[in-house]
Ligand binder design. Structure first.
Ligand SMILES: NC(=O)c1ccc[n+]([C@@H]2O[C@H](COP(=O)([O-])OP(=O)(O)OC[C@H]3O[C@@H](n4cnc5c(N)ncnc54)[C@H](O)[C@@H]3O)[C@@H](O)[C@H]2O)c1
Length: 269
């Protein structure tokens, strides 16, 4: 597969999209931007809803690959998740298939497996093939996205990497995040690896830095060529002093998905 150059970035106005707009051009990509909202500083961005099939088809035409970040990124009423994350991701894959796009990198989430108990002590890291246990309708939509990616690979040969992102922010802000944090620079490294690795078929990876307190197995991400450079541990002393260590009796500290497992999810997390 020739290395992709032109990449459609959906969700370009969002938090992760904004970080990646800054970081990915250094890897040589030309980004085409897409979002429901205008993208600050980028009047050329396509402003459209994933529900608009004609606009989505037009947006994917001629790109080598897609990084699909657009969608609702927290828990929401099922009907909203259904439209944006489930039907929207279907529209994107259908357009990608129709237009002959080679590869999609799909922003999945740890919340697809959010009800998996987090490892404690010397327990093994959670592998990517752990059974799916979504913690929300949001997590359920990410499970759907991963299955959709598998279907389009098996049926149509459209490759995908589904990245179960932990928390990609400039700095970790909670003790839980020490385990699931992905620095923005590592996020760009992982997306670049997911875009350029050969023969990925449909590969599922966890998306985080090489955190000392890591909960999951990064081996499938490393197999793509991802070499994380960051670790949340330098933030640990301050966060633990402020918030204490994770409490085994607290349901929000017991599972990969953190507060998303509670009903309703407790904010902020
Ligand atoms: N940021 C993280 O740490 C994290 C963790 C796990 C998964 N993810 C996933 O990564 C992606 C990006 O996350 P984020 O934090 O930047 O979220 P975000 O909410 O900041 O951005 C999402 C963007 O998608 C756009 N969008 C929503 N519905 C749309 C629609 N119907 N059509 C077109 N655009 C639409 C929004 O306008 C927004 O700009 C999301 O899919 C999210 O679920 C992010």
């Amino acid at each position: 597969m020739p290395a992709p150059r032109t990449v459609l970035l959906t969700g370009a106005a969002g938090g992760l999209g904004t970080l990646m707009r800054d970081l990915l051009p250094a890897y040589g990509y030309e980004l085409r931007l897409f979002d429901l909202r205008p993208v600050e500083g980028a009047p050329e961005a396509i402003v459209a809803d994933l529900a608009d099939k004609a606009a989505v088809r037009e947006a994917v035409r001629g790109v080598d690959a897609i990084i699909h970040l657009a969608g609702i990124s927290l828990e929401a009423p099922f009907e909203k998740i259904l439209a944006a994350n489930i039907a929207g991701t279907y529209n994107l894959y259908e357009a990608a298939h129709d237009e002959g796009v080679q590869r999609v990198v799909f922003a999945s989430s740890n919340h697809a497996v959010g009800f998996t108990p987090r490892p404690r002590g010397e327990e093994p890291l959670i592998p990517v093939d752990t059974p799916r246990r979504p913690d929300t309708f949001y997590g359920l939509s990410k499970s759907f996205g991963e299955d959709l990616a598998q279907l389009y690979w098996d049926k149509h040969g459209l490759e995908s990497v589904s990245v179960r992102i932990g928390s990609c922010f400039a700095e970790p802000t909670s003790v839980r995040m020490l385990s699931v944090w992905m620095s923005p620079a590592d996020g760009a490294r992982l997306l670049h690896a997911a875009l350029t690795a050969e023969n990925v078929g449909h590969t599922v990876v966890y998306g985080s830095s090489a955190n000392t307190r890591l909960w999951w197995d990064l081996s499938t991400a490393r197999a793509l060529g991802y070499e994380p450079q960051d670790d949340s541990e330098p933030y640990a002393e301050k966060l633990v002093a402020e918030q204490g260590e994770l409490d085994p009796e607290n349901i929000a500290h017991a599972y990969l998905g953190g507060h998303f497992v509670s009903d309703p999810p407790i904010w902020p997390y």
